[in-house]
Design a binder for this molecule. Sequence first.
Ligand code: ADP
Length: 399
Amino acid sequence: MPNAHYKGWLMTDDQHPVLQDSNGLYGDRKSLEPLMRSILASVPDAMIVINASGQILAFSAAAERLFGYTAKDIAGKNVSILMDDNHRTHHDQYIDNYLITGEKQIIGIGRIVEARLADGRVIPVELKIGEAEIDGERLFTGYIRDISEKQANALRLNEMQVELANFSRLSAVGTMASAMAHELNQPLTAVANYLEAARDLLNNADADTLAFVQEALDAAANQSIRAGQIVRRLRDYVSRGELDMRPVSLPELIEDAASLAKVGIEGQLARVIARVPDGFPRVLADRLQLRQVIVNLVRNAIEALSDTHNPQIWISAERNEDLAIITVEDNGPGFASGEDASPFDAFNSTKPGGMGLGLSICQTIMDAHGTVIQYAPSDKGGAAFKFTLRLDEGAQEDA
Ligand code: ADP
């Protein structure tokens, strides 16, 4: 069978008996082959079919273009060669877990993961997996879309715009706060003046002055209500409405965040190592906001590591009773602390184009979650940012 003639087609009679089956499910081999070839040559996304051992059975023409391997070369190899290091070691285990427990971690759900191309580059891709059982053999079909660069923008534009709208409001908090402080000053000064006047009037209390005192106290009360309204307006402005608190699985969230943090970075990319113990329970958080926190921390770390040899970032989770302690740390230079500067101060940046808002946004988000984010030098040499989140009560352990 001259497979090499057909882009994206790699099956042969002897290699993959599942496709030799002519019991009616697939039709006979003669009618099957042109059909499969046309699908593999024309399916717009990269499409890869693997068996339960992770062995590649089919590789579409778009997959050849995306990954830079020919279907012929990659036939029969383990699909883990297309994955980044983190995934590579775990992929066979994922499949085994799924086959044993039936618990779906990715099947049927789109996920952003990192793909390794033939030239060694790692790019963010959107992966969707479908599953079929053919004559007792489990086959998995992955559809992969490159979301680096232009496509990342197009695909994420909507979502990003919504997020940006929310976060740019948070970003303006610094400016807003000083405007508010100015506005608050007026009613508070008025309250102080009215109260002082009332106190002085009470020195010579008669019926007339008591009426004045009453008026002054009324005016003071009104001014303090006005001050209260200003504070409430500030709080509503900052809190961005409701938090959408749900159980969130950390390994998936970390993976998405790490991939997003790398999009558009020019220069050296650090290795991101996720350390979430197997079976770690879900945490309660607003998923998009938590992802934003991790994106900001990882991005900062990548930038801080631009001149570091063997740059590494660790994102780890450990359990302390009903809390998860999450740490993002790196082996970079660490925060260059000035006198009493804190990395969380708004508008404090050491980067040429930096706004100095990333960490203050993280702080605001953690504050809304009822927790704090703290900085300490990492024992790995660089910066360590730590925060806690509540674990999902009555949580089922993740399989
Ligand atoms: P920006 O990234 O716009 O500068 P951030 O609020 O995110 O704003 O960060 C503020 C400053 O904190 C950065 O300019 C940098 O000097 C410092 N910083 C943040 N993260 C790290 C890190 N991982 N290592 C060293 N310094 C850091």
